[in-house]
Ligand binder design. Sequence first.
Ligand code: C2O
Ligand code: CU
Length: 475
Amino acid sequence: MSSVLHRTINRRAVLIGGSLAAAALLPRVARTAMDSSKELSLTGAPGRAPIVGGSYPATDVWCYGNSIPGPEVRVRQGQPVRIVVGNQLPEDTTVHWHGIRLPNAMDGVPGLTQRPIKPGRQFTYEFTPPDAGTFWYHPHADSLQQLGRGLAGALIVEEPEPTPVDRDILWMLGDWRLTSDAQIARGFGNTMEAGMSGRIGNTVTLNGRVSEEEPVRAGERVRLRLVNGALARIMALRFEGHRPVVVAIDGQPCEPHEPQGGRLVLGPAMRIDVMLDMQGEPGRRYRVVDDFYGGLSYWLTQLAYDKKPPMRAHPLDAQISLPRNPQPEPDLASAEWHELRLQGGMMGGGAMAGTGGMGGLPRGASWAINGVSTICDGGGGMPPLLILPQGRSYLLSIRNDTAWWHPMHLHGYSFRVLSRNGALVPHRQWADTVLVAPKETVEIAFVADNPGDWMLHCHVTDHQVSGMMAVLRVA
Ligand code: C2O
Ligand code: CU
């Protein structure tokens, strides 16, 4: 494990300078929500947010709608959406609607699908989300800094007939590297980190705040939407005393199942929806622990039960599965096969893996896909790595030749995850971001029905901007 990881937290989600004594109960800030019946607008601008709380000063951030995270945008499946994005930042930006199958011109990649939005200007995004589920939005320009300073929010597409639950809750998770006075630490784009785990922070937030506890009621059923909006941190959440059931991954419904080992693993950009029956004791608290990085576990928050008796004697007797989305089914028999090899990164000794040493990569690059390093973060000049004739099925074999984890994201599509190291993945879940372990090979398949130039990249932002990015052209 790299020493970078050891700079992270120990007991609590935040331990700035080693102590967060008397972590004050943070006031619940009303979450900004937006409803799609009118035209929506979102403006990115500098702001201040009390993300640590207690006696710490507010943090200087960049945010949408003056809130961290950005407003929870709720829209309806199959209904047109129009969102005017304004730019009050000191630099160019765009918004990418992560996981939504939309027209290429609305995908928000500067230099590839649109011109960047200049400071003081705006751009109107219009699309009709075909799939219900938990998605999110974030910039795709100067990504390390813009996402790292707080520009991100959830985009929830509601089913016409939602599955009955007592509460539908979002936990948008963020990770920050803060100084002892709760300000964002400098040093975005550190080359050493870029070749390793990326910029992992020391402060994990839940809906934009360090969370001491989240109130729950005994007997209730909660649909909990988890979004990992971190730059680089991978999370593996365990709910002490509870048995969450996974009902959707990256917004796409799956066969309801308990996660392996009770751990919900979320790489950057990944989402999991769980159904959680609150079967704990009234008045008690249960920790939610993240133990992805061995020896560096901490608790994210606690489920704090109200003292009231359970609202029902047995768990709610209603189905928990979600209605399927209209995803086209890839035809594996006729699918065209391509291999994508993930290369580069540090290997303890300082050599780059799979590329014949550092010298094999262009200046500024730490990573490559099939020997090509794209480092312009959507800045144009990105010839396609693959050209895929439209309408066919494709099977991509993503082979990780590196010593690091990579959450690989394909824009404009959801794909089926077929296998890992040759072993079939149960339920062949749909996803738009698949976490590939060191030395692992993952096979995915999809129907290339959406024309355009689509990014495929690692969502560890340092990796994305230092070479682990490519364009797939569907034409
Ligand atoms: Cu979450 Cu290229 O995006
Ligand atoms: Cu990566």
